[in-house]
Design a protein around this ligand. Structure first.
Ligand code: NAD
Length: 407
């Protein structure tokens, strides 16, 4: 298949591009490299040294013999360029990762709130309009998030895949209806993902676009079978307070002897997926699009759920790292249950890669190898959901004298 990977330079997009290329698909990455610019703005870098996009692509050609295209387009502001790319490349499938994806960054300042909405909503809407008018018949796979359902709203009832069956009282008795699950965004970032859902619903109905929305859990891990083949292909590893995600942060913190940063009680339960399953799910999703004229196909892209404190305890026990209970910078339920249906990907043949010591070790090894690149002043989360909320001081002011030697 000819596949456009929008946001293909990012944490999920890069390994997905390589995986699909390795499996015979013809890949073009479309990315404006904004994520790299945000690193400069935040004065932080991926723990792993990521190479410039042209070098990444050259390295892939050397190790695989396969070409990946790259076009630098800002989907939110360069509409005409986007239409040109679609008309020229005529993709059969488009994978849309290209949004500002960090909830803390989206809550950081007025500027980052506005940027996140402007970027994400405009990028997605531009793409839908371009698809509706260009006559390019590509199915669209978008990366949404489990956070659109909110945490705690359903209690212990399993979260369905996108649609909720409800009973509506009428004068003639009860009617059963399937509605889009109520949106419960917990941040401006999550808000943009719920707005995306409405746009998808409209364009699927009005223009017959074939859309899959993947409600993904928190991705962990860093390397895939492809990114491991050459150091120049290495994937991002974000560990900072804005972009680092919880499990990878714990693994990195353990690797440098930093206390594991649990916010509040750690009673938050979240859904997780390993990066190797992310890439497989994308392949399954592009191979199984909905029919034109049908509603948006929503699939929950998760493999397991865990309580944050349980993860911290598990990693703390294995590595001998202590836990630091820090003030929670987010406004969220202190504790929540979370049960999630993921029947669709299982039925399509996904064999979940669940948390195992081997994979945790692999990730800690990557973190240890590059731990000399860590900046301890970037670890504590300081983007607060409301002005005046308490934050913690740095727990380490410099890296410990003895760090594992880079291999
Ligand atoms: N990482 C996770 O744990 C996670 C979990 C759930 C959902 N998701 C979703 O998956 C997608 C990818 O996440 P990620 O972790 O790879 O993020 P990322 O920030 O590493 O990658 C996003 C990429 O999109 C590009 N981009 C952003 N705005 C763009 C624009 N206007 N035009 C062109 N390119 C643009 C960035 O430069 C970056 O390379 C996001 O939509 C995110 O919401 C991620």
């Amino acid at each position: 298949m000819r596949v456009l990977v929008l946001g293909g330079d990012g944490f999920c997009g890069w390994p997905t591009s390589l995986y699909l290329s390795d499996h015979g698909h013809d890949i073009t990455i479309v990315d404006n490299l904004s994520r790299r610019k945000i690193d400069i703005e935040l004065e932080v870098e991926s723990l792993t040294p990521i190479r410039p996009i042209s070098e990444r692509i050259r390295a892939w050609r050397e190790v695989s013999g396969r070409d990946i295209g790259f076009v630098n387009v800002d989907l939110a502001t360069e509409y005409d360029r986007l239409v040109e790319v679609l008309e020229e490349l005529r993709p059969e499938a488009i994978v849309h990762f290209a949004e500002q994806r960090a909830a803390p960054y989206s809550m950081r300042t007025q500027k980052t709130k506005r940027y996140t909405v402007d970027n994400n909503v405009r990028a997605t809407h531009n793409l839908l309009t371009a698809l509706a008018h260009s006559g390019v018949d590509a199915s669209l796979v978008h990366l949404g998030t489990m956070g659109v359902y909110g945490y705690g709203w359903s209690g212990s009832a399993p979260i369905p895949e996108g649609y909720l069956t409800v009973k509506v009282a009428t004068p003639d008795g009860e009617l059963e209806r399937e509605i889009l699950h109520p949106a419960n965004p917990g941040s401006v970032y999550h808000l943009t993902k719920t707005l995306d859902q409405l746009m998808f619903s409209f364009y699927a109905r009005n223009d017959g676009l074939r859309i899959t929305d993947l409600h993904q859990g928190i991705v962990w891990g860093t390397q895939t079978e492809q990114t491991i083949r050459d150091e120049r292909l290495i994937n991002r590893f974000d560990y900072d307070g804005d972009y680092g995600t919880v499990l990878n942060r714990f693994l990195m913190q353990a690797a440098i002897g930093h206390p594991l940063t649990v916010h509040g009680t750690g009673g938050q339960t979240r859904a997780f997926i390993h990066i190797r399953d992310t890439v497989r799910c994308i392949e399954l999703a592009i191979a199984n699009p909905p029919e034109a004229g049908s509603r948006v196909l929503v699939r929950n892209q998760i493999t397991e759920t865990h309580r944050v404190l349980d993860l911290a305890k598990m990693i703390g026990d294995v590595t001998g790292t202590e836990i630091a209970y820090l003030p929670n910078p987010r406004r969220e339920a202190e504790e929540n249950d979370l049960a999630v249906r993921n029947d669709q990907f299982l039925a399509l043949g996904l064999q979940p890669t669940t948390l195992s010591q081997g994979l945790l070790d692999e990730c800690t090894d990557v973190a240890a190898r590059y731990s000399h690149r860590a900046d301890p002043a970037k670890i504590v989360s300081r983007s607060v959901w409301r002005a005046g909320m308490e934050t913690a001081d740095d727990l380490l002011t410099e890296l410990p004298a003895r760090l594992p030697e880079p291999q």
